[in-house]
Design a protein around this ligand. Sequence first.
Ligand SMILES: [Zn+2]
Length: 306
Amino acid sequence: MRGPNLISSWPGAAALLGAALGVWICATNAASPEVYIVRKNDSLSQIAQAHGVRVQELARANGLSLESTIYAGQRLQIPRPGRDEEPHNARTVTVRKNDSLTVIARRHRVSVAALARANGLSLDDVIRPGDKLRLPPAGPARPALETRVQKAIDTAPVRRGTWKQIVIHHSATPMATIRGMDEYHRMECKMENGLAYHFVIGNGQGIPDGRVEVANRWTKQLEGGHLSTRSQNLVSLGVCLVGHFDHHRPTPKQLASLHALLRALIKRCGLGPSAITTHQLASKRHTRCPGKFFDLKAVLAELRSD
Ligand SMILES: [Zn+2]
């Protein structure tokens, strides 16, 4: 969880006073952010790197964009990693006694899955009074599916009743490309239709983070190759997220894309959220796919809260 006094450590008053007087009141308090004076030929990314912060955080802490020009003599505040997050528009809440993620989500009218995701938590993680949580954006912040993908879903010749379930997999590799997976399934697994899945969602390694790749098996409405029996493959759409979720969680962008994709697929195929499952749950053979860090419950909870 975050450190204590996320908000109070921000010396907003001192900074404002300093700005009003035209001088910078030097940091006297240990919790104040460091100030760096820009030298000739410095760049935001160099400064960020030298201070061990992300360039986006550095830019945000100074009201800059990544494209902003900086000049010698300019004073930049160096954010403290993980503490001075979004000081100006912070939407953070402090966990109270008897709070749960569900209670907090309801209180702030956000979905529990989005709340968990915004804080890198799973639904089963324990939160304690005094913890600070970041609130996800309120309102209709659900990302839409890319037009390209929505169109592919709408125009495929889906016959109602064909698909009974949607099965989620991970690639069990740190990176993947469509070509590589397709070749592997064609050559090694001897599948004449190649790539075994209907959709693949990238993680930024080989396929851009959160990008939904639409495979031939979807556009041509071919049976899957992702389960061990033909009878299951005939009725099961396969969605593969690149990554190894026994080692790490899916990326937030992957989860957002998965949510949008599943929502569109259940609508198109006349299914409900209960048709969504994992390889491990669907398979008659033992498999750990898609890994212990893939949280199906959270995915379903978010779909049901739509
Ligand atoms: Zn699998």
